[in-house]
Design a protein around this ligand. Structure first.
Ligand SMILES: [Zn+2]
Ligand SMILES: [Zn+2]
Length: 240
């Protein structure tokens, strides 16, 4: 069985290791390379079966690192030029911002190290992820975004707060009111969007009600096209 192409999240994690100054020699005996191999085998980004023996084994990880060498203008040797288009894209995106890369990689690792979170994240179907293809921070953090938005308790608390303050529940961007259009069936229906940009995520931090916006399904879909939008005001001034 041929191993699947590297996923964006996987490349992010490998590239972060590539820029680790204390990495040491890049070979399959390196404990950091072995640890990444193990981590990649737990990453919840695929539905289909993988070949446990060969999938992202330390040799495969080492090869990926030598792909980065070929892309790295600061590397004087040769590296392995058989990198993918996505390898090149991710390398170019992050090589000048390794701090951001490191933050994203760390948050992904934090999710995987937290049993409850990694369970919740792996329950989000990959089919829902077509919209996440272009998410800079990768699928795992995007899935966490979805997990947060589906937290019943916090959604109810948010709706209650808004109802108390404004006397009604409608889309914060376009004013769509489900109850007005759909009557009783739409009463109290609204979606919740988490406004903190994925790259600023601190996995261990609790969601505050102010981090959430109430949106209709259309506006919610659209705001997911650009998760860097930090406020509904910004979203509206861009598109409405
Ligand atoms: Zn709306
Ligand atoms: Zn959202």
């Amino acid at each position: 069985m041929k191993n699947p192409n590297w996923h964006r999240d996987e490349i992010i994690l490998a590239l972060d290791l590539y820029f680790d100054r204390d990495l040491g020699t890049m070979d399959s005996g390196n404990p950091k390379i072995c640890a990444l191999s193990e981590l990649l085998n737990r990453l919840p980004v695929r539905n289909h079966k993988i070949d446990r023996d060969t999938f992202r084994n330390p040799n495969g990880v080492t090869l990926k690192l030598s792909n980065f060498k070929a892309l790295d203008p600061n590397y004087s040797g040769k590296g392995m030029v058989a990198y993918s288009k996505l390898d090149k894209e991710v390398f170019e995106e992050f090589s000048s911002d390794t701090d951001l890369l490191h933050n994203i990689a760390n948050e992904i690792k934090r999710i995987l190290d937290n049993h409850e979170l990694s369970n919740a994240v792996s329950k989000i179907e990959n089919d829902e992820m077509s919209e996440a293809d272009s998410v800079k921070e990768g699928q795992v953090l995007y899935k966490l975004h979805k997990v947060r938005e589906r937290d019943r308790k916090i959604i109810e608390a948010k709706k209650k707060k808004v109802l108390k303050e404004k006397g009604e529940i409608k889309c914060e961007a376009c004013d769509f009111d489900f109850e007005k259009i759909y009557g009783d069936m739409g009463k109290g229906y609204i979606e919740c969007h988490h406004l903190i940009p994925l790259s600023n995520y601190q996995v261990n931090k609790e969601t505050r009600l102010d981090d959430l916006a109430l949106l209709c399904s259309n506006c919610h879909r659209m705001i997911h096209k650009d998760l860097r939008v930090k406020t509904i005001k910004e979203f509206k001034s861009k598109w409405m």
